[in-house]
Each structure stands twice: as structure tokens, then as C-alpha cells.
Design a protein around this ligand. Sequence first.
Ligand code: MN
Length: 319
Amino acid sequence: MTKPYIIALEEHYWDAEVATHFKAPPDASIPAIHERLMDLGALRLKDMDEAGVDFQVLSHGAPATQRVDDAATGVGLARRANDRLAEAVKAHPDRFAAFAILPTADPAAAADELERAVTKLGFKGAMMHGIAHGKFLDDVSFWPIYERAQKLDVPIYLHPAVPHPAVVEAYYKDYLKDFPGLLTAAWGFTVETATLGIRMVLSGVFDKYPGLKIVLGHLGESLPFSLWRIDMALARSFNKRTPFRDTFREHFWITTSGNFSTPALICCVLEMGADRIMFSIDYPFVPNLPGPKWFETVPLGPEDRVKILSGNAKRLLKL
Ligand code: MN
């Protein structure tokens, strides 16, 4: 049997200069993870080859430039980091593509940087992380970025970051000494990013930009499981009318990053359709090897397998 071609698109690295601008999340302090975040060459390619991951769409890890609040600093920083990432892609164009980081402290400049990254550097879209400068990314001040993404016909990948300090205090603090992971991938990330996904739909941004395409990782941050209930509750007469479930299914793509659960995947296939799901790992926070191994066991037919492993990403990102 020939090995299927595998594209993964939530695969992180750190830019040394950008990383001086944020406090590392606990996961990144694990030496094997940190070493891999800083590598865009031999070690990464070896890990990909061992697992049969043919192609990575590279993105900076959270929070990237979403907490660089000084616009003047953020604009130059994002530009330099995107230029360096483009060099890494250029060294291995058959193995890597990239999502840009954006200086969201200045949304107009962020839209321009998205355009530069796509048209000049060949990037496939951008990734933004969690709360940016104290605001959710559905805030109307960020809409110039979505307008430009629609114009360029590239997706925006909305990725988690550590929750708002007030949420940490109220919801998680008493458990963080023993379970710091609760703040991040175990639960904090999911709540934060699912909330952002819901807010994006309610904001009306998809009415304004009907061509806008959003990607969520981690099998949709639990939203496919909850779509029916959200839709039902928002349809009650005291709410403004919104076709929530239809809007979500029209504008969102999801990836398997860091969520190799067959029951959850089957829920996503039933709710979103196999055309909207793309294989991903969340390397190096999640090691490559278990991803393709898990996918071999998934009870889907050959056409859907090819779509999820590479076909949908090729179409969405024009690879
Ligand atoms: Mn990730």
C-alpha cells in the first residue's frame, strides 16, 4: 500500500526575536518542545519523515504578536519575523509553506502585512492567537484584516492563547499549582477559542465579508459538538435572528490538531462534512508520530481520508 500524502497545517515554530516579547507558556518549557520550536531545518524534517508528514504549513506559536501592544514595535517585528520565515520556506519549498503573523496593535498595518506576506512572500494566510491587546478578535477594530483576507482569498487561522487574566483568576487559579495544563491545552485554550468562534459569528463579520474563511484547530475547539444547541438556544424569540449553525458551517474549516479522538472526529464529519476537516498535528506541542498512526485507524472511506489528509488543505490554501 502506498503511503498517503500528508499535509499538516497547525505546525508551530518560534522566532527568536518575537519570543523575547512574551512569557513562555508552561508547555514550551519542556526541553524537547523548546528545541523543536526553534528548529526549521534538520530536526523538524527528521520528525516529519519518521511520521510520514510530507508537508507542514508553518506558523508562529501563541501568542506571537497578539500581546505586543505597542504598534510601532509590532509592525517592524512582524515584518522581520515573516521575512525570516519566508527564508526557511524557501530553503525547503517542497516541505514547507507558511501562515503570517500580524501586528494586530495596528489593524490597518496588519492588513497591509497580510497582503505583503501573501503577494510578496507567498504565504497562505495568517494565524492570530487568542485575546489581542485585551480584546477578542471579532472586535470591529480588527475587521480591516478580515476585509483584506477576503480580498486576497486566504484563510485566517484563529488559534488559542492563554485566557484573559480575569478569567484565569475566576475560573482556574486554584487548580493551576497542581495542573498548569488546565490553563492551556487541557481546557483554557478550548473555552477561549470556542468563545471567539461564537463571537465571530455573532459579530456580523461574515455578513460584511461573505468570502471570509476561518480555520479553527483542535477539531473546532468543541464547537461542532455544540452547534445544534447553540443554534437552538439562539433561535428563541428574545434573540436577534441569526442562522448560527449555517453561518458556522459555511465559513469555518477545522483541523485535527492536538485532538486525535475518533468519536470527536466522527461528530465533526457528521456536523461539518468531510470537506471541512483538515489533518494537523500541533507540532511540536504534540509529537508527529501518533497523528498519522491514529488516522490509519479512523473508520472513513478512501475518498474522505484523502480529503482530510491533503485534499481539503490543497484546495483551501491553493497548494
Ligand atoms: Mn497550536
